[in-house]
Design a protein around this ligand. Structure first.
Ligand SMILES: Cc1ncc(COP(=O)(O)O)c(C=O)c1O
Length: 385
């Protein structure tokens, strides 16, 4: 079987060969021309036409979809204008009025907000569940539960979920599993292999990796969900730019290498934070002190460079602001997963008790800078406290 590094270097280049280039051409367009009447008619009858109207994709879009599908080991992938639209489109595809769905309490904030405030407008009942509940999730199932949203590790608090246990319980009750695997990307964890039915990704993050594109993907693991996703994707008019597709393809050629280096850099930063008196708790799955470290060892091929910590309780928000404003290399910004280091303090919303309760959680996304420079930068911040 082809190894990951070879897949990353070779997949998504079918249309490049046709024009004698290494990379696929950026295919812009609206109209797609058919060779003859028969092909035109056939495309009407094919539920999954390869190319028929550019809103549903041009050749370069199909290239990205093919790479993601093979990396996720799914059966069908469609790309979306962002990770958020991948989540909203996939979830709308899987439920209908009268259904009940379960969402992990540590889901990505805007996704959590979508589930809590938008889906109920369409007659869908939404409950949150404690992220680390594992197979005990059955306790939350109702007659009309349609799917469970998992995200492992979860946003900001980075608690890990036992996806195989959740999927086993869900499938035994005829419930589907939708997984947001953006933290790990399909390079470090394949949610479909762990039992999810649908995998969503923010390709904005590690997969593209250069802070210059917004992109997402939905991958179906079986035919039942493929048909639902295809329908919703088509009806929503989801459509992405071929230029963005090109950037994603270019970024993912180096994702494995970047992730390896970023993990190494992050480990050095975690070990440094452990020496700081002001730090109360660090949540990073590769840290042996992480409460679900063994789950990380079981389900992941590595650790991405996104983790969080909290300062001891006597450090006020003003002090945290001073800490953040003193830093030069770490910039303050919403995203993560690219080559530059970022810091983001927040009070994550939770329905259940959690170590982050009433705390400002400081999230770090470690980039490709020299880790000693990053540590020196943080050192300045600690001195300013
Ligand atoms: C875990 C997770 N999932 C999904 C998203 C949404 O991705 P995008 O920013 O591409 O819409 C994010 C964004 O930060 C995220 O952190």
């Amino acid at each position: 079987m082809t190894k990951l590094s070879t897949k990353l270097a070779t997949l998504g280049r079918t249309s490049a060969a046709k024009v004698h280039l290494v990379n696929p051409p950026i295919t812009r367009g609206s109209t797609i021309l058919f060779d003859n009447y028969e092909d035109f008619k056939q495309s009407h009858h094919n539920p999954y036409p390869s190319l028929d109207y550019a809103r549903r994709g041009t050749s370069i879009i199909r290239e990205v979809e093919d790479v993601i599908c093979q990396l996720e080991e799914g059966i069908y992938t469609r790309v979306t204008p962002s990770g958020m639209s991948a989540i909203s489109t996939a979830s709308l595809a899987l439920c209908a009025a009268g259904d009940h769905i379960l969402v992990t309490d540590h889901a990505y904030g805007p996704a959590r907000d979508f589930y809590e405030n938008t889906l109920p407008q369409f007659g869908i009942e939404v409950d949150f569940y404690p992220p680390t509940i594992g197979g005990e999730i059955s306790r939350y199932f109702k007659e009309n539960t349609r799917f469970v949203h998992v995200e492992s590790p979860g946003s900001f608090t980075f608690d890990l979920q036992d996806i195989p246990a959740i999927a086993k319980a869900a499938h035994a009750n005829n419930v589907l599993v939708l997984a947001d695997g953006s933290w790990a990307s399909p390079i470090l964890m394949q949610t479909l292999k762990l039992g999810a039915d649908v995998a969503v990704q923010s390709l904005t993050k590690y997969m593209s990796g250069h802070s210059d594109v917004m992109y997402g993907a939905i991958t179906a693991g079986n035919e039942e969900v493929r048909d639902k996703i295809h329908q919703m994707y088509t009806h929503m008019g989801m459509c992405t730019s071929p230029d963005d597709a090109y950037l994603v393809l270019r970024g993912l050629r180096t994702v494995e290498l970047r992730l390896k280096q970023q993990q190494e850099n992050a480990l050095q930063v975690v070990n440094y934070l452990k020496t700081q008196d002001a730090v109360d708790y660090i949540s990073c799955p590769m840290d042996p002190d992480h409460p679900q470290h063994t789950l990380w060892q079981r389900d992941f091929n590595g650790c991405s460079a996104l983790f969080s910590f909290v300062l001891k309780k006597d450090y006020t928000e003003e002090k945290i602001a001073k800490f953040v404003d003193t830093l030069d290399i770490f910039h303050l910004g919403h995203c993560w997963g690219a080559y530059e280091s970022l810091i983001y303090p927040d009070r994550p919303k939770r329905a259940f008790d959690c170590w982050s309760k009433d705390r400002i959680v400081i999230r770090l996304s470690i980039g490709l800078e020299d880790p000693q420079d990053l540590i020196q930068d943080l050192e300045k911040g600690f001195k300013a406290l």
